[in-house]
Design a protein around this ligand. Structure first.
Ligand code: HEM
Ligand code: HEM
Length: 180
């Protein structure tokens, strides 16, 4: 039986899974909405939803990072050896970094779109101005970082799947609450 010391805390698990679900949702929304006809109500609605969920993600990422700095994660299981320890750590930190670059680039690009950025209907301070050039630069960063983030997630998931297939299921159980 796995002890609680070998598991992530409930807060870490909650943030991990809520953010994983929201992230998948944001990818789906992002890819879908960019093909909607420009100027349509549908496009504005999906853009507003994507921005609201994306900005919520930025807040959750801040909470998560603060939590991570104040709560050490459980030690990695023994079967993760050598360079794989470093690789797992590196991918985790790159994932944390991407959790910020992704929403921040989206927010900056939106600030130069000429529209006020809102979160769940509430307007945020509008410091930007209409600049097609800046809008495009930050949109390019947003798209490039989304591809990078996707690659990181694939590597992250690949690592978990490889261990689970080898029967080393405890790697996954660390992130799943214990049954009472
Ligand atoms: C973690 C959070 C986020 C993720 C994972 C994400 C992901 C994506 C993806 C996958 C796309 C489609 C890119 C493509 O064309 O291939 C996209 C587009 C876009 N996102 Fe985000 N996004 C996030 C946060 C935000 C935020 C916070 C904003 C603004 C406040 C935002 C604004 C936009 C805009 C305006 C586009 C359309 C870009 C265009 O016109 O091509 N995103 N996002
Ligand atoms: C949906 C598929 C996913 C699965 C099955 C999964 C599984 C896991 C597991 C089992 C761990 C614990 C690994 C360990 O022992 O250190 C973990 C840690 C982690 N996951 Fe995921 N994950 C998924 C998606 C994501 C996504 C989308 C992100 C990015 C936001 C993410 C970010 C992280 C981070 C940063 C850690 C390390 C936490 C730390 O020690 O600081 N995961 N994941």
């Amino acid at each position: 039986m796995m002890t609680d010391q070998e598991r992530y805390s409930r807060t870490a698990m909650f943030l991990h899974w809520v953010m994983a679900i929201l992230l998948i949702t944001l990818f789906g929304l992002g890819w879908y909405m960019v093909d909607l006809p420009k100027g349509s109500d549908e496009r504005s609605w999906f853009f507003a939803l994507h921005k609201s969920i994306g900005l919520t993600m930025a807040l959750l990422a801040l909470i998560r990072l603060a939590w991570r700095f104040t709560h050490a994660p459980p030690a990695l299981p023994e079967f993760i050896t050598g360079f794989k320890r470093q690789l797992a750590g590196l991918i985790h930190w790159l994932l944390y970094l991407a959790m910020f670059i992704q929403p921040v680039s989206g927010y900056i690009s939106s600030s130069f779109s000429g529209y006020k950025t809102k979160i769940w209907g509430l307007p945020l301070p509008h410091w930007g101005w209409k600049s097609p050039v800046l809008n495009e630069i930050f949109t390019d960063i947003h798209v490039a970082s989304s591809i990078t983030l996707l690659c990181l997630i694939v590597i992250h998931l690949g690592g978990v799947i490889i261990h689970v297939c080898r029967g080393e299921v405890s790697i996954l159980r660390r992130m799943i609450p214990a049954r009472k």
